[in-house]
Design a protein around this ligand. Structure first.
Ligand code: INI
Length: 183
């Protein structure tokens, strides 16, 4: 690979704050996702005082609340958690699709990363599998993603010397055998 590589790490700025917005609907699953997310943030050195937890009624309410949090300018990233089960939801597409589209809109319009930790499964059993106390916890995965993306955004805003430069990029102007046309 040539060029300068920029990527996130799990070492985030000391002052970075995170918000976790979790739906109460299907709380028997979402509470385990929340536990996974908070445990992972703590394991990576994010003190509880730097984490704001917000509960909303259901996944459909995640975007509007995330918008408010993003606009506050307080958070390096926002983690969303929820669970929409197709078998139990006639309007699955509206709830899951609305949440996904709304959250993406909040992220790209605000510039604050919003991590999608919403399970969208066929059955409750599948949701349980993704909310376990082991590595297969989507909340924990979402927290890792938030740490990485927060550090990447910080790096892109104020590049450190950490980016690795392998070989200098060869531009058309420098490429051997290619002469630039006069203008
Ligand atoms: N909300 C969920 O988070 N998951 C679901 O599975 C679900 N179902 O089944 O309907 C659900 N509905 C509530 C929805 O998110 C809103 O709270 C409600 O429609 C009010 O706006």
């Amino acid at each position: 690979m040539t060029g300068k590589l920029t990527e996130g790490s799990f070492s985030i700025p000391k002052a970075a704050r995170f918000a976790v917005v979790a739906a109460r609907f299907n709380a028997f699953i979402v509470d385990d996702l929340l536990e996974g997310a908070l445990t992972t943030l703590r394991k990576h050195g994010v003190a509880g005082a730097r984490v704001q937890v917000v509960r909303v009624p259901g996944a459909f309410e995640l975007p509007v609340v995330c918008k408010k949090l993003a606009e506050s300018g307080e958070y390096a990233a926002i983690i969303t958690l929820g669970c929409v089960i197709r078998g139990a939801t006639a309007h699955f597409e509206y709830v899951a699709g609305g949440a996904a589209t709304g959250l993406m809109q909040v992220a790209v319009t605000s510039g604050v990363p919003v991590v999608f930790g919403v399970l969208t499964t066929e059955t409750a059993a599948q949701a349980f599998e993704r909310a376990g106390a082991n590595a297969d916890n989507k909340g924990s995965e979402a927290a890792l993603c938030a740490l990485e993306i927060a550090s990447l955004m910080a790096e892109l805003a104020a590049p450190s010397k950490r980016g690795k430069r392998s070989k200098p990029a060869v531009t058309a102007a420098k490429r051997p055998g290619k002469k630039r046309k006069g203008r």
